[in-house]
Design a protein. Structure first.
Length: 174
């Protein structure tokens, strides 16, 4: 083992020389010197970032204003959409209140179904904007809202059955 160690040191050229005199003082002086800061103009960068943000918000709001939704078809459709949206939000709140370890998988599956229905709704909105307000698209949008409510109501019923296993078909077993 000692032989291998000697071979290693003899084969490699290590620098065993001492540094020049005053090396430590020069090193300490360089450490103590104030750092030269790269003076990038942060003001210009912040102004540029602000301009980009304002431009992005403006473009986003213009794009949103051009898109037509179910509520834009007629005042009656606006009422229908408001009813569905508020009911769905209430059902989602109820769903979150009932979240537990036993119900987690059911709730996650329901949320995935709702995301699919939301994606379908977005395609209906695109069709409404390209094809105009045809009765077929409007009916599909309303059916989409109804399907979302059905998913939520079914999940809440399943959760109720999990919480109260004796409660089935409105009967209580004693």
């Amino acid at each position: 083992m000692e032989n291998k160690l000697n071979d290693f040191f003899s084969e490699n050229n290590f620098d065993f020389q001492e540094p020049h005199s005053g090396h430590l003082e020069r090193f300490e002086r360089k450490l103590n010197q104030p750092q030269k800061k790269n003076k990038t103009s942060w003001k210009w960068l912040s102004v540029a970032a602000s301009v980009v943000l304002v431009l992005g918000f403006w473009l986003g709001s213009n794009h949103k204003q051009q898109q037509m939704d179910l509520a834009d078809v007629s005042p009656k459709m606006e009422e229908v959409q408001n009813y569905f949206v508020s009911t769905i939000h209430q059902e989602l709140k109820d769903l979150e209140k009932n979240r537990s370890l036993e119900t987690e998988t059911i709730i996650e599956e329901a949320l995935e179904q709702l995301e699919e229905l939301e994606d379908n709704y977005k395609t209906f909105v695109k069709e409404l904007n390209t094809d105009g307000n045809t009765r077929k698209i409007i009916n599909a949008m309303i059916r989409n809202y109804q399907q979302r409510l059905e998913v939520l109501e079914n999940v809440l019923l399943q959760i109720e059955e999990i919480k109260n296993p004796n409660l089935k078909n409105n009967e209580i077993y004693i």
